[in-house]
Design a protein around this ligand. Structure first.
Ligand SMILES: C[C@@]1(CC(=O)O)C2=NC(=C\c3[nH]c(c(CCC(=O)O)c3CC(=O)O)Cc3[nH]c(c(CC(=O)O)c3CCC(=O)O)/C=C3\N/C(=C\2)[C@@H](CCC(=O)O)[C@]3(C)CC(=O)O)/[C@H]1CCC(=O)O
Ligand SMILES: NC(=O)c1ccc[n+]([C@@H]2O[C@H](COP(=O)([O-])OP(=O)(O)OC[C@H]3O[C@@H](n4cnc5c(N)ncnc54)[C@H](O)[C@@H]3O)[C@@H](O)[C@H]2O)c1
Length: 218
């Protein structure tokens, strides 16, 4: 399905309330479990053994743990399937069954059996940095992720939140587009980057007044 020169298509999945199946309960599985739970998924884990963290999550009722090896039929009813076991025979079985049912599957140890791969992810507030190397160099993805995340400063996070707030409160239109673009790329962003919050606010207030005068606000 994939080849060494194929290019992946990145997306950000909205997993809130979605059913995710995780086959395996080791170190790799744990990382995936925490990530999908953070995204609000309903997680079921099928694995004879699990890490202490996964065990605790199961005891707390945050994860449903089926304490047994993977069995045919397990993937049914799920929106997404992640396989991460130490048994090389399991991944292919999980992938085959998932694909037969049209369910997207990631097989941690077999890149050719991944309908999607997992990028290296870093997060600050609503900003997500995700690096993929199309499966070529996961360690490089991790290195670059760290470097890029370090460049996301507090004022970026703050501006992203402010932009989100304004998007919810101002009607869509050309003027709002101009304001939000200017907020990030223009003077206001530059003032905030320099820590000049007060001047940034004054400028924003003036911009909002202009917007109001243009008649696009309600
Ligand atoms: C990004 C990250 C996300 C995550 O896992 O959540 C991730 N791998 C991470 C780390 C990492 N993985 C490995 C090493 C050791 C160095 C090395 O071997 O290179 C390190 C580095 C380390 O641990 O420091 C080993 C490894 N990985 C894969 C195989 C199988 C194979 O290639 O055959 C093997 C050999 C296993 C073995 O030999 O037993 C396969 C995949 N790993 C992917 C993702 C997908 C492609 C991502 C991309 O496009 O770059 C893909 C294709 C499938 C998938 O899993 O989706 C996570 C960063 C965590 C972070 O950010 O901190
Ligand atoms: N994609 C990546 O980033 C990456 C990185 C390192 C390793 N790997 C690969 O991921 C796999 C898992 O690694 P790990 O360190 O989490 O292993 P691990 O040994 O910590 O855990 C393996 C888990 O699989 C479970 N398991 C075994 N047979 C099973 C079955 N039939 N059904 C369900 N669960 C079963 C075990 O109970 C255990 O919980 C390995 O194949 C490894 O090569 C992938």
């Amino acid at each position: 399905m994939s080849s060494s020169h194929s290019i992946d298509y990145p997306v950000c999945l909205r997993l809130e309330g979605r059913r995710v199946l995780l086959v395996g309960g080791g170190t790799i599985a744990e990382g995936r479990a925490l990530a999908v739970l953070e995204a609000g998924a309903r997680l079921r884990v099928v694995s004879p053994e699990v890490t202490p963290t996964l065990r605790q999550l199961a005891e707390d009722g945050r994860v449903e743990w089926l304490r047994r090896p993977y069995a045919p039929g397990d993937v049914r009813g799920h929106d997404l399937v992640l396989a991460a076991t130490d048994d090389a025979e399991v991944g292919p079985r999980v992938a085959e069954e998932s694909r037969a049912l049209g369910i997207w599957v990631n097989t941690a140890d077999v890149p050719e059996l991944c309908d999607f791969t997992l990028p290296s992810v870093g997060r600050k507030g609503p900003i997500t940095v995700a690096i993929s190397t199309a499966g070529q160099a996961p360690a490089m993805a991790r290195l670059l992720r760290r470097e890029l995340l370090a460049r996301v400063a507090p004022h970026h996070v703050w501006l992203a939140r402010l932009s989100g707030f304004l998007r919810r409160h101002l009607p869509a239109g050309r003027e709002r587009q101009r304001l939000l673009k200017g907020l990030v790329e223009g003077d206001i962003g530059a003032l905030l980057a320099r820590g000049e919050r007060k001047a940034a606010w004054t400028r924003l207030r003036a911009e909002l007044e202009t917007l109001k005068a243009s008649g696009e606000t309600t």
